[in-house]
Design a protein around this ligand. Structure first.
Ligand SMILES: Cc1ncc(COP(=O)(O)O)c(C=O)c1O
Length: 456
């Protein structure tokens, strides 16, 4: 029998012992649990009955808000019709139609899509494709991957290796893939503090790729992977021209460029993909999260046709790429994605007719509101792009990351859920939010900052 929310709440620490929670301060949490009972639209209900605005769209993954009717219906019908279908040597029609829908949405109609179940799996899959591609075309020495400092590419061995978050890496050194190097991150508040949208400073940092290529030699480098906008480490917006310069350098040296669009994919910047927003075409795009509003785990990699075709040799009865997951193309995840795309970008409608258009329309509202926090206590930087924004707060001496957590707690008490990491608080509301809700969320943050400053 499932434990009801009240049973868990009443059971105290004992009832909370067994789940070792991910990316969570487990001891503090279990002493001060924050439990969600249900969700609907842009709001969560906590077990104590409080209603909380979902200021981060789940974990950047619920642009439609929670339990949207079309997605609920699609998943319910799917589980009753075809609950599971093997994707090894068999297939089901909706996965094929979703793949072609996705590549059309991305304006990459000849791409192939490899389905996985999470962003981490999408990243590890893209890295495998990159290395295997070069080998298949006779350049087996191209194995090195270039990531970037402050990047988050999930928690697979590939993802932490190319990622640039020290805490995610330091315990696992012997497990990381060899031959990885990192571009410098592009964040410097002294040069770009309080930028609205893309900062003017920092294009030169893309040229660091030339230095890395010279160091290792292009003949040893398979791919560069970047988040077009670094989401998890705090909405770090690429400098103007930066991604186009990376594209230029990669093309010059025969290096693949991978955009990790697990956060930016499906409208967060007001365009279907960040590749559209920045008008830069990567060779592969990883996606997950918003593809199906996170109703069922689903991710994937869009792969340029020329890369796919390099694998299509040898006898036709043999497998070309030895990779895949039991749940690749899971019927429930696929059904949820079709229903989600019906809302985000309805087929045949004008590009801004769906909720991606709504994200674009809300962007200036969020930008104006969040920058109005400049001068509030504790605030040291504010930045934004698309329907995403972050503020940094001054750390408490000797207690890194505590201040942002205090602001988070204050906000939760005021009916707003944010994401805190390090000294940063991020806001990325669902696309269904009203202008009023976006402004109210920022006002709740303002009050939370003042209340936190009064604490210390
Ligand atoms: C850019 C990026 N890549 C990969 C991931 C990992 O995704 P998942 O948690 O679904 O494995 C994330 C998660 O936030 C992400 O933001």
């Amino acid at each position: 029998m499932n434990a009801s929310p009240s049973m868990i709440a009443e059971g105290g620490e004992e009832a909370l012992r067994a789940w070792w929670m991910p990316f969570t301060h487990n001891r503090y949490f279990k002493a001060h649990p924050r439990l969600i009972a249900s969700a609907s639209g842009a709001y969560y209900s906590l077990v104590d009955g409080r209603r909380v605005f979902d200021g981060l769209s789940g974990l950047w993954c619920c642009p439609l808000g929670h339990s949207p009717a079309g997605v609920v219906k699609a998943v319910q019908e799917q589980v009753a019709t075809l609950d599971f279908a093997p994707s090894f040597q068999m297939g089901h029609p909706a996965a094929f139609s979703l793949a072609s829908r996705l590549v059309k949405l991305a304006g990459r109609p000849r791409d192939r899509v490899f389905f996985v179940n999470s962003g981490s799996e999408a990243v590890d899959t893209a890295l495998k494709v990159a290395v295997a591609y070069h080998r298949a075309r006779g350049e087996a020495s191209r194995t090195r991957i270039i990531g970037r400092e402050r990047a988050y590419h999930g928690v697979g061995m590939g993802g932490i290796s190319v990622g640039g978050i020290p805490a995610n890496r330091k315990m696992f050194a012997p497990l990381m893939i060899p031959g990885v190097d990192h571009l410098p991150h592009t964040f410097d508040t002294s040069k770009m503090g309080y930028s609205r949208g893309q900062p003017d400073w920092g294009l030169h940092l893309a040229d660091e790729l030339e230095r890395i290529v010279a160091l290792h030699d292009a003949s040893n480098i398979a791919a560069v992977i970047v988040e077009p906008m670094q989401g998890s480490t705090g909405v770090i917006v690429p400098p103007k021209g930066y991604l186009a310069r990376l594209r230029e350098i990669c093309s010059k040296h025969g290096i693949l460029l991978i955009f990790d669009e697990v956060i930016t994919g499906f409208g967060r910047l007001g365009t279907p993909f960040a590749a559209d927003f920045f008008d830069v075409k990567p060779d592969m795009i990883t996606f997950a999260k918003a593809v199906n509003n996170a109703a069922v785990p689903l991710g994937g990699v869009m792969v340029d046709e020329s890369i796919h075709d390099a694998f299509m040799n040898g006898p036709e009865h043999l497998i070309e790429f030895f990779h895949g997951y039991t749940y690749s193309g899971h019927p429930l995840g696929i059904a949820a994605a079709h229903a989600t795309l019906d809302e985000l970008a309805p087929t045949g409608a004008a590009p801004n007719a769906g909720l991606i258009g709504q994200a674009a329309a809300l962007t200036p509202v969020l930008e104006d509101a969040i920058h109005s926090l400049r001068g509030e206590p504790l605030v040291t930087d504010i930045r934004n792009l698309g329907l995403a924004a972050a503020i940094d707060v001054a750390p408490i001496a000797g207690k890194p990351a505590l201040r942002a957590f205090q602001v988070f707690e204050q906000a939760l008490n005021r009916g707003l859920m944010l994401r805190f990491t390090g000294e940063t608080l991020a806001l990325a509301p669902p696309f269904i939010s009203s202008e009023r809700e976006v402004r109210d969320a920022v006002e709740a943050l303002r009050e939370s900052l003042r209340a936190t400053a009064a604490l210390n």
